[in-house]
Design a protein around this ligand. Structure first.
Ligand SMILES: Nc1nc2c(ncn2[C@@H]2O[C@H](COP(=O)(O)OP(=O)(O)O)[C@@H](O)[C@H]2O)c(=O)[nH]1
Ligand SMILES: Nc1ncnc2c1ncn2[C@@H]1O[C@H](COP(=O)(O)OP(=O)(O)O)[C@@H](O)[C@H]1O
Length: 225
């Protein structure tokens, strides 16, 4: 009989533009975890033009967080569909109340925190291009698309997000400081927080990859024979 792999549950945190989406794509490719991005889920709801989507869009465009109850319900219901899978949660939780809601339903094995200076982030976000249906991101300097303005995989058009303007980015960073930074302390006190600092994803990534290799092999060793 083959051994069943234990389920591994991870969260990736960091200020807007710190590289969560970029690093998540590398993690899912290397380790095969399912990726759930709160921003992508919200934008899919907005695209569906539901009443709730309109409320979400007005929060996002003003650089504010979507209310906790709406957000927690949305993410926890999507996670239920992944009950038997290992996952990586990107962009949730962003408040202590959301972290509590997640904690009531699942125990998180590790939280990866990308610690990138705000000055670096501002430049990145105003030159971010996004393929909205998939969440793939590009950057004119860092990882330009093969054909300017088009997604590498589908050939569909890329857009600049409405909330990636300099004024909205400033408001999002403020919201991060006041509402999301306390979540780092929440996970630090549980002993699951692992921070990675730097200004370049390509330099941070090998450290994250090595960390996850050792983390996943120690989880796998805990499986009874
Ligand atoms: N110049 C530069 N841009 C980067 C780097 N890492 C990611 N980016 C770009 O910065 C933007 C924000 O990254 P993203 O992964 O979307 O961050 P998130 O908002 O935390 O999910 C995107 O346009 C990325 O392509 C880097 O090391 N250098
Ligand atoms: N967990 C969350 N709680 C509340 N609002 C959220 C959450 N996740 C995303 N949002 C909303 O969606 C916006 C975009 O999120 P996201 O795509 O994760 O941005 P970024 O990748 O730049 O950090 C946020 O600025 C916020 O308005």
């Amino acid at each position: 009989m083959g051994r069943t792999r234990p389920i591994f549950r991870a969260v990736i945190m960091g200020p807007p533009g710190s590289g969560k989406g970029t690093v998540s794509a590398r993690i899912t490719k290397t380790f095969g975890l399912k990726h759930l991005s709160s921003g992508d889920i919200l934008r899919a709801n907005i695209n569906a033009k539901t009443e709730l989507g309109l409320l979400m869009k007005s929060c996002i465009d003003q650089g504010q967080l979507v209310p906790d109850d709406v957000m927690s319900r949305l993410i926890l219901s999507d996670l239920r569909a992944l009950d038997q899978s290992s996952w990586l949660l990107d962009g949730f939780p962003r408040t202590v109340s959301q972290a509590d809601a997640l904690d009531k339903a699942y125990s998180v094995d590790t939280v990866i925190n990308l610690n990138v200076p705000f000055q670096t982030i501002k430049q990145r976000l105003t030159s971010r291009w996004t393929h909205l249906p998939s969440g793939r991101v590009y950057n004119v300097d860092f990882n330009p698309p093969k054909v300017p303005g088009l997604d590498d995989v589908t050939g569909e058009p890329l857009v600049q997000r409405d909330d990636d303007t300099p004024e909205t980015v400033t408001r999002r960073l403020k919201a991060y400081e006041t509402q999301t930074e306390p979540v780092l302390e929440y996970y630090r006190s549980k002993g699951v927080l692992q921070s990675f600092s730097g200004t370049e994803t390509n330099k941070i990534w090998p450290h994250i990859e090595a960390f996850l290799h050792s983390k996943l092999s120690s989880v796998n060793h805990k499986v009874p024979p």
